[in-house]
Design a protein around this ligand. Structure first.
Ligand code: UDP
Length: 239
């Protein structure tokens, strides 16, 4: 039996680094497979699932900029990195017999279809996992902002921000043993406390749209499913 989900449509944000596993760069096969098992378990619950994946395991525009590159050019390279990750992710999902589609914010039509909102909505309704590639399509933004933007556009009930830690803590749990996890926190309080849940643009967009964010661990087995069932897992940021 499959437990009833608390949400029917969600946007999952994965960082590119989540694909690296213990490697220093790129995509680790075992890591992506493990992640995909968690993803398809949620899809099997009947939840419509869209994913935005970053590119930090391959290239970050900020690093290119710091090394003297033109920042916008470096950011386009970063966006292309997210396309690679999106292709790898959708491929891994499809190989486990769950239909997945990649839609890109920049046109590279021979490789992936362009992002067209009504088409994305149609795929979601058909039970396909939709992976949004190339971030927002604009330099100087991040995939966190793409997650907030697409989440709002598709009417997701929540943005799930996958991290290595199982939520937002009062202090860095690695350094301070007395740190405790927030089970839930309001946007206003998170802002006052400067908790850095997502980058400022993404955070502001979610806050304006009253789109809740759930910060949870992608490395903790079953955490994603518990989040989708509405259990006390990770940290909920609410309006
Ligand atoms: N990027 C961009 N515009 C966007 C999304 C991403 O220019 O809308 C570029 C930016 O250079 C960024 C890189 O793509 O550094 C990879 O995305 P991000 O850093 O968000 O990936 P993550 O940290 O989640 O792996």
């Amino acid at each position: 039996t499959v437990a009833k989900p608390a949400y029917t449509r969600i946007l999952l944000k994965l960082s590119g680094e989540a694909l690296m596993g213990d490697d220093a760069f790129g995509i680790n096969r075992d890591t992506i497979d493990r992640m995909v098992d968690e993803i398809i378990a949620v899809s099997a619950m009947g939840v419509e699932l869209a994913i935005v994946i970053g590119g930090g395991n391959i290239f970050r525009g900020m690093a290119g900029g710091a090394a003297g590159m033109d920042r916008a050019t470096a950011d386009y390279m970063g966006m292309l990195a997210t396309v690679m990750n999106s292709l790898a992710l959708a491929d891994a999902i499809s190989r486990k017999n769950v239909p997945a589609r990649v839609m890109s914010a920049i046109s590279i039509d021979q490789v992936v279809e362009p992002y067209v909102r009504p088409k994305a909505l149609q795929y979601l309704e058909e039970g396909k996992v939709v992976v949004f590639a190339a971030g927002t399509g604009n330099p100087f933004f991040t995939t966190d902002t793409a997650a907030a933007l697409r989440g709002a556009e598709i009417g997701a009930q929540m943005v799930l921000k996958a991290t290595k830690v199982d939520g937002v803590y009062t202090a860095d749990p690695m350094k301070d043993p007395t740190a405790t996890r927030y089970s839930r926190i309001s946007f206003d309080e998170a802002m006052v406390k400067n908790l850095g849940i997502m980058d400022a643009t993404a955070f502001a967009l979610c806050r304006d749209q009253k789109l809740p964010i759930k910060v949870f661990s992608i490395v903790k087995p079953g955490a994603l499913q518990r989040v989708v069932r509405g259990e006390d897992e990770g940290t909920l940021v609410y309006a």
